[in-house]
Design a protein around this ligand. Sequence first.
Ligand SMILES: Cc1cc2nc3c(=O)[nH]c(=O)nc-3n(C[C@H](O)[C@H](O)[C@H](O)COP(=O)(O)OP(=O)(O)OC[C@H]3O[C@@H](n4cnc5c(N)ncnc54)[C@H](O)[C@@H]3O)c2cc1C
Length: 419
Amino acid sequence: MAYFDLHLNLNEDDKAIREAAHKFAKEVMRPMGMELDRMAAEDVVAAHSPIWEFLRQAYELGYHKGAFPTEVGGLGLTPLQSHILMEELFWGSAGLGAVLLLAAWPYVKILHTMNMELIEEFVVPFCQCTDASMTGSWAITEPDHGSDTLNVGADCWSDPKIKMQLSARQDGDEWVLNGQKSAWVSCGPTATHSMVNVHIDTSKGLAGGGVCMLPLSLPGISRGKALEKLGSRDLPQGEIYFDNVKIPKRWMFVGPEEYGDWVINNLGFGNTSVGVVALGIARAAFEETLAYAKERVQGGKPLIEHHSVQVRIHRMFAKVEAIRAMTRAVWEVNARAYPPLSEYALAVKTYCTETAKDVVDEGVQIHGANGLTKEYFIEKLWRDIRPMTIADGENSVLNALGGRILRDTFPRTSVNLIA
Ligand SMILES: Cc1cc2nc3c(=O)[nH]c(=O)nc-3n(C[C@H](O)[C@H](O)[C@H](O)COP(=O)(O)OP(=O)(O)OC[C@H]3O[C@@H](n4cnc5c(N)ncnc54)[C@H](O)[C@@H]3O)c2cc1C
């Protein structure tokens, strides 16, 4: 049975989406995520990996194009419906949910350009794809530049001494890319396409960046080994190298003039999504822990019959509901706003990932030593929530950026809704 929804006016379509997504998350994603978690990183991206079967099934269901409008071939879900869908998928497996989110990410950003040529070239085929033969990724982080790449408006942002490790130079009708992205690029080892941040105008420091879209099959592109890591092991990550890679001019869809705004707007959407990842993990931790507390007997009765455990379980529940309410409110506005309300998105990402980390940690504590063993799902959830305070921007760097946005824009007086 699906988790109760305080939104009492869900219509039949909303409920059907939730039931179907919950079934897929429970029956397909949860077991596959657990299987992938125990595999070596190289096996997770190998031809025999269950990850491909997951993608095929998700694409067949159309989950990769849930948020895309019907005009370009998407499912045209309402913002509420896409929040419901993503919550369920992240509940099943945060890593596999992220694989699907990343698969769609560059195409969402191309859609936002309103450039019909690029939409026809990339977004329409992506929405038509039913066999997962077209999947995306986003490559911004570099070995020497993590927070630097997101630190818009900080002192270092316009320092010409700081240079990205991936540069793009114009050569006639083409751009030529040289350099590399870090091992943290989600789906770097598996994606067919990537949205890539590059350095164009080095005299402006990091502010002189650009963003392009490209297939990862181009000559001169190679990839590193899949990364071995603590958590999110069902989300493959790895380096991408560029050696004189040539792309047509039109694929560079953001230039230095609008680069800083683009980075902030991109966080406005991405950070909201990471909040929903945190929601899925926190809800799973709460449900696992309550079930465990009903089974485990200490002091002659189940843990849940002890007053102090009741208090702790209820605090976990309160935090899950707070994360749910906050992510949903911001998701519903930012799905329709351009530019998105980034100060809210940054608040969602930082607050909800920290709060979810507390929820999962308490879940481990209530499991006692069992919470530290691979026999119990809470152990995976603990490893999966940990990276979320760093993914899509380390939280204190995001809070500082949020503070600068508030310094310049508070109080906000309007929002520009596009749909
Ligand atoms: C699960 C996961 C998924 C990811 N997916 C992607 C992806 O799809 N694509 C991609 O490109 N990248 C991805 N990343 C990388 C991610 O964006 C970076 O890890 C993040 O931006 C932080 O960079 P860093 O790890 O290099 O840390 P650093 O930037 O080295 O930061 C280390 C510490 O120093 C502090 N710090 C840094 N700069 C400053 C400063 N100027 N002032 C004060 N303190 C500072 C930070 O607060 C932090 O605590 C992912 C990471 C994770 C964990």
